[in-house]
Design a protein around this ligand. Structure first.
Ligand SMILES: Cc1cc2nc3c(=O)[nH]c(=O)nc-3n(C[C@H](O)[C@H](O)[C@H](O)COP(=O)(O)OP(=O)(O)OC[C@H]3O[C@@H](n4cnc5c(N)ncnc54)[C@H](O)[C@@H]3O)c2cc1C
Length: 395
């Protein structure tokens, strides 16, 4: 695929216009934590007909975007949200992709109808909780949150941290180890935040992604009925092991980062190019100086390479061949794109000098937000290990 088809470009332009008119004016308030995201998400859902999209996916009713795979729609929305504010895109992705996507992929029909559809339509705020205070990169091996089988369900005990949307979510998909199975089995539990014993901490203050609330979840003997065990329980009263499904969620998250990172680099290029043409020093626009041109060319080069990754993904989704992008390749995409975006955003700050360094400048927000992608969804080091493991297995 050399470029997006014209109908895809038209859709991107529509979402872009909506974000420019309805999101851009609120970014400063979202970043300061002065306004909640939910009213904007409701507007976005209405504008794009996300309820109809969700019904089409779960119930098979007609979609307003007939012929467009829902994953592509999500990818385009993530791209356009990230041009304005990556933190908003991160929270959108946690509800619709991590939480909603996992329910639609692995839930029972009832779970898809009750929780999946509402998440995809942004009618609720979802969170996806794997990381714990003692279990980050070693999320499976060090997991301490436990689920004990009791009559009609499970009792959950433990805590989760660094969870996107934890401070605002209506429901979380909590990953916990089942006690007493002997095989270290892990399962996902759909836990509404009003469940007794389920509490959360205050939003963390953090380096970037200020618009996206991040926090802790605490489970003190929370009863979760069998109907809310992701995918249900088998005849033995136990769920199947969810480790492969969790890895699939992480793989999807890695791929979902590419449209975000591309949009961030595009925006950094636009901002720094405009500034360089208008800023006069030593009697000339700084764009005339080759050292500035080199930085602009570096940012542009990153944009070109990320576009290539984006188009490869878009084609794989459009052809229904996402499986052609292996886990190691998705890791390679994320590893390259995250580092390249951090570098490009820093170049943009440099081109803009003090104006780029000031809080409230777009490139300053992009530079801080970009760093998250080298940590969240598996750190750079974990991507290297995944790629290396794959290389060593096939050779
Ligand atoms: C803003 C934000 C949002 C997040 N949202 C979510 C969410 O919604 N849900 C969720 O479950 N989690 C979420 N996370 C957690 C994220 O996935 C973890 O932070 C990440 O997996 C890394 O875990 P850690 O922070 O505990 O770092 P650690 O695992 O403690 O790693 C610390 C450092 O050690 C390195 N390291 C660790 N092991 C090795 C090794 N074997 N070899 C080489 N180096 C190693 C790491 O690469 C890293 O540099 C979020 C994090 C952030 C910052």
């Amino acid at each position: 695929m050399l470029e997006l088809p014209s109908d895809h470009r038209a859709l991107l332009a529509t979402v872009r216009r909506f974000c420019r008119e309805r999101l851009e004016p609120h970014v400063a308030a979202f970043e300061a934590g002065d306004e909640p995201l939910e009213p904007f998400f409701r507007e976005l859902s209405e504008a794009l007909g996300l309820r109809e999209v969700a019904s089409a996916l779960v119930d098979g009713t007609p979609s307003p975007f007939e012929g467009l795979p829902p994953l592509l729609l999500t990818s385009f929305v993530m791209h356009e949200l990230s041009r304005c504010c990556p933190g908003v895109a991160l929270s959108f992705g946690a509800t619709t992709g991590l939480f909603g996507g996992a329910i639609v992929a692995c839930g029972t029909d009832e779970q898809k109808r009750t929780w999946g559809k509402r998440a995809l339509a942004l009618d609720l705020v979802g969170a996806w909780a794997l990381t714990e205070p003692g279990a980050g990169s070693d999320a499976f091996g060090s997991m301490k949150t436990r689920a004990r089988a009791v009559d009609g369900g499970f009792i959950l005990r433990g805590s989760k941290t660094f969870i996107t949307n934890a401070p605002t979510c209506d429901v979380a998909l909590v990953q916990a180890r089942i006690e007493g199975t002997g095989d270290g089995r892990i399962a996902g539990f759909i836990v509404p935040t009003e469940a007794r014993g389920f509490t959360r901490g205050r939003p963390f203050d953090k380096f970037g992604m200020q618009s996206s609330p991040t926090g802790e979840l605490f489970l003190e003997d929370v009863f979760v009925p069998n109907e809310l065990v992701l995918g249900g329980v088998g005849p033995d009263g136990l769920p199947q092991d969810a480790r492969i499904a969790i890895k699939a969620s992480l793989g999807a998250e890695r791929l979902g980062m590419i449209p975000m990172l591309l949009a961030m680099v595009e925006r950094c290029l636009e901002e720094s190019l405009t500034y360089a043409k208008g800023r006069v020093q030593f009697g000339e626009p700084i764009a005339n100086y080759q050292l500035v041109q080199q930085k602009l060319a570096n940012i542009h080069t990153t944009k070109v390479l990320l576009e290539t990754l984006f188009l490869r993904q878009t084609e794989a989704i459009a052809l229904g061949r996402l499986d052609a992008i292996t886990r190691a390749e998705a890791s390679a995409h994320k590893l390259y794109a995250a580092k390249a975006t951090v570098d490009a955003a820093m170049e943009a700050v440099q081109v803009m000098g003090g104006a780029g360094y000031m809080r409230g400048s777009v490139v300053e927000m992009m530079a801080r937000d970009a760093k998250l992608f080298q940590i969240g969804g598996g750190t750079d080091d974990m991507q290297v290990l995944t790629i290396a493991r794959d290389l060593l297995r096939v050779r």
